[in-house]
Design a binder for this molecule. Structure first.
Ligand code: HEC
Ligand code: HEC
Length: 512
């Protein structure tokens, strides 16, 4: 069905391209206005009309506005999630005590780090989060820019991802379990992955030098050695014995209700990530104006947001921008991988481009191999998206309208992309080559008819404003409220004091 729609719009475009005379052009403009029911609300501005149109579009797309759909997830007050919160915020899980999960996924930063690309270990001030976070000039590999090759995605609503985690989906559900980077292939389950995607994923940040491990911790040894050492650190045994003074053992004993179990069996990395996963899975923040609107409150969102929703949901032959081809369902993602040729900046994933530079990022094919999914990335959700910038797998956009204009017309976007707008120190020497290769791959896909990205959309300024108004209606306002978020933030208290707790601040006086 999608393919059919795509071919239809493709034919229409060929028709447009063959029109040359002024009259025909005028006719074409008229025709395109007429067909653009989403963007043509000039002629029918009443909310009722928009509401009626939107009701039809929602039915067609099968949306009920609720991405949770009755599923249940851990509460933040569950003991396991509470333990997970302490673990998520402790720098004791990083080799050199200088990074916590929360360094790059802080609830007060919408579950991300408010950076284009992250800096984990060896920051000048490990507790400084956000755009002012800097890599220490004497650190290994210092080049003045960020150290992590991809943008840190939000952990908010993590539990709603059903198939995979990471931009390339390298933690992925299989019939037989969960495949991870520790699996022998992308089709083989990792026996230690645990029960949930979130727990499986949490096994990996600690093994990444740039994120948490550091460059000397268990040097030359495998992931298992890193995890055993960290578990031993928390439990005061093995390679980690005596490294910290906190009594995590009592905390684990109470949480797992295991008063006498040998500590090596209690503080395993499997139990560590089960707790972290429960904490992350408790971050369900989907109470958006859009959800209220779809549930029947017509005044919950603006007319602009409604026009934006129509553009988002409709196919081009109905005047839409066909965003929902990929950003589909109530979580606004198909969970699949697509090539959008977003700018490739930063250090990249250490794989070669065609001129021998080693700063490319092959995206999905880093995990599954081959050319078909090269430069494809997992479709992001749109829930809370306005708060999770900078956007894109390499964090190359800090302005939503710029992103959308690029997304709608990647060729012009690439040609006009402004490197000067990127954070100072950003590595951009590979930008033209690496992004150009992705653009070429997009052209190949378009030639073969395999890209879902619509071609030759003509959106006007108001369409972009409307799309952004729609995206704004997808923010759960509670995530902007520090009081509401407080239960998700770890604090030292009577129950436990952690001398390695991340005490986050933004470098400008704001303490999180
Ligand atoms: C230095 C920053 C940094 C630290 C520290 C860090 N992460 Fe991340 N996280 C990232 C980046 C960057 C990605 C995306 C990587 C990719 O997709 O290849 C990511 C991806 C994720 C994802 C996948 C989200 C999704 O939508 O697929 C989860 C979950 C996550 N991290 C949780 C954690 C946990 C748990 C920890 C601590 C054990 C942690 N992170 C530590 C930067 C960080
Ligand atoms: C062909 C599938 C597809 C279509 C159609 C599509 N997108 Fe995307 N979108 C993606 C993928 C894949 C990414 C991530 C690309 C990357 O980071 O490299 C993305 C990224 C985004 C982002 C950035 C999100 C983030 O968290 O970084 C926004 C916002 C967005 N799309 C909105 C839209 C809108 C609005 C439309 C319609 C005008 C649209 N998309 C059409 C697949 C698609």
């Amino acid at each position: 069905m999608r393919y059919g729609n795509h071919m239809q719009s493709f034919k229409l475009l060929k028709l447009r391209a063959s029109v040359t005379s002024t009259t025909a052009l005028a006719l074409l403009i008229l025709a395109s206005c007429g067909s653009s029911s989403g963007g043509s609300a000039d002629t029918d501005t009443t909310n009722l009309t928009l509401d009626t149109q939107l009701a039809a579009a929602l039915t067609l797309a099968g949306l009920d506005g609720d991405p949770v759909d009755g599923r249940s997830f851990p509460e933040i007050t569950d003991p396991l999630a509470e333990l997970g919160k302490r673990l998520f915020f402790t720098k004791s899980l990083s080799g050199d005590f200088d990074a916590a999960c929360a360094s790059c996924h802080h609830p007060r930063l919408a579950g991300g780090d408010a950076m284009a690309l992250s800096i984990g270990t060896d920051a000048v001030d490990p507790d400084l989060l956000g755009p002012l976070r800097a890599h220490h000039p004497s650190a290994e590999g210092y080049d003045g820019g960020p150290t992590v090759p991809r943008n840190s995605p939000t952990t908010f609503n993590l539990a709603l991802w059903e198939e995979s985690l990471f931009w390339d989906g390298r933690v992925q559900k299989l019939e037989s379990g969960i495949a991870t980077p520790d699996s022998s292939s992308s089709a083989t389950a990792d026996p230690l992955a645990g029960a949930t995607l979130s727990a499986a994923q949490a096994r990996f940040p600690v093994t990444s030098e740039e994120e948490m491990r550091g460059f000397t911790f268990e040097y030359g040894l495998n992931n298992a050695a890193v995890r055993d050492h960290l578990a031993g650190r928390l439990g005061n045994f093995g390679a980690g014995a005596g490294e910290i003074s906190e009594d995590w053992v009592s905390l684990f004993r109470t949480t797992f209700n295991e008063p006498t179990m040998p500590v090596q069996d209690l503080i395993t990395f499997e139990n560590v990530v089960a707790a972290i996963g429960a904490y992350e899975d408790s971050q369900i923040f989907v109470e958006t104006p859009w959800k209220q609107y779809v549930a029947g409150d017509r005044d919950a969102i603006s007319a602009a947001a409604k026009r934006g929703a129509l553009l988002f949901l409709r196919e081009p032959n109905q005047g839409g921008a066909a965003c929902a081809r990929c950003h589909s369902g109530d979580f606004f993602t198909d969970g699949d991988y697509h090539l959008t040729a977003f700018p490739q900046i930063g250090r990249g994933k250490g794989v070669p481009n065609l001129i021998g530079g080693m700063d490319a990022d092959y995206g999905r094919s880093m995990f599954v191999g081959g050319m078909i999914e090269r430069f494809s990335f997992r479709t992001p959700s749109m829930i809370n998206v306005m708060e999770t910038g900078p956007w894109g797998h390499a964090g190359s956009f800090s302005d939503m309208e710029t992103l959308l204009r690029y997304h709608v017309d990647p060729l012009s976007g690439f040609a006009g992309f402004n490197l000067a707008g990127l954070p100072a120190g950003m590595q951009t020497s590979g930008f033209v080559q690496n992004t150009g290769e992705a653009v070429n791959q997009l052209l190949l896909q378009r030639g073969a008819g395999t890209s879902q990205l619509p071609t030759n959309l003509s959106l006007n300024d108001r369409d972009y404003t409307d799309l952004i108004a729609f995206l704004e209606s997808l923010t759960d306002p509670r995530i902007l409220d520090p009081v509401f978020l407080e239960p998700w933030i770890s604090r030292n208290d009577a129950g436990f004091t952690d001398s390695h707790l991340l005490l986050a601040h933004d470098g400008q006086g704001e303490v999180f």
